[in-house]
Design a protein. Structure first.
Length: 416
């Protein structure tokens, strides 16, 4: 194995823990170990010199585009001036014609008109954490003295709407809402939320990735939640809105690769950066054993070629035996390495904890989502034939007009 070196000049995503663990809420399921909802003293921001050094290297490394995700803790605690500096540095150092995207994941409580105006002017995509209606949300997402955050979140969302900022909803599925999928989705639809992501609640510490997690909901509970949510989303073949799990489940049926890391064959090329510049391959693997460098002292190429980075990327395709012959492998590719059991040599000894959840929803939805996928492919095929080929059929070796990226003969040729 001599050709393992990973070279630059390929798309790389960046997630920066903007203020590390600092947060103005004290959600009891947060996977940071020291977040206590007491952020007012000592907010540490990324050093501007480190930020600028990294950006110069990043723009030279990721060809044509750069993607920044700003997370926390609560990233807005860094302040508006910090993010103005971010945008200024991006404009100063991005080559002409470069595509730069920014997204921020926030609890929504700190969003003011000034923040919303900034997000709109600079085309930030905003993810807002919201677990459901007021009673559901307030049961877990509270401040340091136990007050629910729902009304503050909804005020923040109202400001995003007033300024026409693109945003989506991130909702944690836990004991308090796992049996209430229809209620949650009805609430989201009533509020006009059209882009929703669910993540199952997992009680572990990101700084201890080699210790087994404690999962708050069972695989059966999560599977039942997904099946109930699917029925609401599917809507007799006319999906009501975007739910990221089902969008990703649909993509392979439409002859495309999923975009969500859990559903891909390999973990994406990502750099997770702590506030102090320490770098890791994944935000579930933030510990000294998985540190791959520091943005202040190491180049991106050095970090990407760190042994721990390469070791991490060997984990996802290293499947347990039970996965290798599973009929649903193309949909989940073994799930998330964080949720599997591993021995000391990083050989998988158990499947993803939510394996049975995935099997439940895949079997339940297969016939309907297969038909939906075929319909999507057919619509795209005929639409693009008219748009790009003036109604003429493609040749065998041409890219398939459905947009799959495959040759026509290996894609839709047999279907039309």
């Amino acid at each position: 194995m001599t050709d393992l070196k990973m070279h630059p000049r390929r798309p790389i995503g960046v997630m920066w823990k903007t203020v590390s663990e600092a947060c103005n809420l004290a959600c009891d399921y947060c996977y940071y170990s020291t977040c206590g909802g007491k952020p007012t003293s000592g907010i540490h921001r990324i050093d501007p010199a480190v930020l600028e050094k990294f950006m110069i290297d990043y723009f030279a490394t990721s060809p044509g585009m750069a993607s920044f995700v700003w997370q926390g803790g609560e990233p807005l605690l860094a302040g508006l001036n910090f993010f103005r500096k971010v945008v200024a540095l991006q404009r100063a150092h991005a080559p002409k014609g470069y595509i730069v995207s920014n997204s921020v994941q926030t609890n929504g409580t700190l969003i003011t008109d000034r923040w919303a105006q900034f997000f709109k002017e600079n085309r930030f995509l905003v993810g807002v954490s919201l677990d459901g209606p007021e009673a559901v949300h307030n049961a877990r997402r509270v401040d340091a003295i136990g007050r629910g955050s729902y009304r503050s979140v909804m005020r923040g969302i109202d400001r995003l709407r007033q300024h026409q900022v693109d945003f989506n909803i991130l909702s944690v599925v836990h004991k308090g809402n796992v049996g209430r999928a229809t209620e949650l989705l009805s609430f989201f639809e009533k509020e006009g939320f059209t882009y929703i992501q669910f993540i199952p609640c997992m009680d572990f510490r990101s700084q201890q990735p080699d210790k087994p997690g404690v999962y708050e909901i069972t695989p059966e509970e999560y599977g039942e939640f997904l099946c109930e949510a699917f029925d609401y989303w599917y809507n007799d073949g006319n999906p009501r809105f975007s739910i990221r799990f089902f969008d990703n489940m649909l993509l392979p049926y439409a002859n495309r690769e999923a975009e969500l890391c859990v559903n891909r064959a390999n973990c994406p090329d990502m750099l997770i950066l702590e506030q102090n510049g320490d770098a890791y391959p994944c935000d579930f693997y933030i510990s000294k054993d998985w540190k791959i460098g520091n943005a202040a002292t190491d180049s991106i190429e050095e970090m990407l070629n760190h042994p721990a980075y390469r070791r991490f990327h060997q984990m996802k395709p290293s499947l347990p035996e039970a996965c290798k012959t599973c009929q649903w492998l193309r949909l989940c590719h073994g799930g998330c390495p964080r949720n599997r059991g591993w021995d000391v040599s990083l050989t998988p000894v158990d499947r993803d904890y939510f394996c049975e959840s995935y099997k439940m929803i895949y079997a339940y939805a297969d016939e309907k989502i297969r038909a939906l996928g075929n319909r999507v492919r057919s619509q795209l095929f005929h639409q693009n034939v008219q748009l790009y080929l003036k109604g003429k059929a493609p040749r065998r070796n041409d890219p398939c007009p459905c947009g799959s990226g495959k040759k026509y003969k290996h894609c839709c040729m047999e279907r039309v």
